[in-house]
Design a protein around this ligand. Structure first.
Ligand SMILES: [Zn+2]
Length: 268
């Protein structure tokens, strides 16, 4: 059975990872723009990164029969310097004409600062201007609940179409908040921090299977590009039926991503 990996930072992964994902049934990968593991020394560094996301990575992915899409933004970690961030954001409209750009993301908050929030709001305005969906990163650990609430308040003030916004990295204490307000929720499966497959499935059983997806968010850190298929195996072991597994791993991401005009999956 095929699955979609809706959040993976493939620029930091090897071709072996692509191969393993293809063998596990991955048909589509979506790659949000994020921190590279180090701060770029100039806004121009993002020009190269956006080219990597829109040109090179789709070509690399295609060699393994996987469609590759991306999201563009300056990540919250490097958005702490608003002048720098605005120079990067000024480049985004030129890249929106690339055929595989889905929307604006992953924007959000890192340390919940004023500067981060200001740049977050400017990204939301950019998405509204170009009628694009939004993918949101929420902060980790002790900053998560406060950050999620700030993000939700800001989105409500902006009057966004909530069904076209996914708030990622939800945990037990934020999933209900996000879903009750009408946003989509993403669950990130991490071997160390964030949630394990068991916790993710507990959440699905608690909050339901509507408007949720699962991802590995694999990047340059300790992470597992096969986290999604491993979680699907665990769902099977816990007696979830095929239709439910297919909904979470395929139909749900298809429904959310299908709201982007550039998402054109080949019918399998
Ligand atoms: Zn990410």
């Amino acid at each position: 059975m095929g699955y979609i990996e809706p959040h993976a930072h493939m620029v930091s992964r090897t071709t072996d990872d692509y191969k393993a994902m293809a063998m596990a049934g991955c048909e589509i990968i979506c790659e949000p723009a994020f921190w590279a593991g180090f701060d770029r020394s100039s806004p121009q560094g993002f020009y190269d990164y956006f080219r990597q996301l829109t040109e090179y990575e789709p070509a690399r992915s295609a060699k393994f029969g996987i469609d590759h899409y991306c999201w563009l933004c300056i990540n919250p970690k490097e958005a702490e310097d608003p002048g720098f961030a605005r120079e990067v954001m000024a480049m985004i409209p030129d890249f929106l004409t690339a055929p595989t750009v889905l929307g604006i993301g992953e924007i959000g908050l890192n340390k919940n600062t004023k500067n981060e929030l200001a740049i977050f709001e400017e990204h939301v305005a950019l998405a509204q201007k170009y009628d694009l969906p939004i993918l949101i990163h929420t902060p980790h650990l002790e900053d998560k609940l406060k950050g999620t609430k700030l993000i939700i308040d800001s989105l409500k003030n902006a009057g966004v179409d909530r069904g076209r916004v996914i708030i990622d990295h939800v945990e037990e204490h934020t999933a209900g908040l996000v879903l009750d307000e009408g946003f989509w929720a993403g669950m990130t499966l991490y071997p160390e921090s964030k949630c394990t497959p068991a916790r993710a499935i507990d959440m699905l059983e608690t909050f339901g299977m509507e408007n949720v997806w699962m991802n590995s968010a694999c990047d340059w850190g300790i992470s597992d590009p096969l986290a999604v298929p491993k979680c699907l195996q665990e769902m099977k072991r816990r007696q979830h039926n095929k239709a439910t597994i297919e909904k979470v791993s395929y139909a749900n991401p298809m429904a959310f991503l299908g709201q982007s005009k550039n998402f054109r999956p080949v019918e399998s």
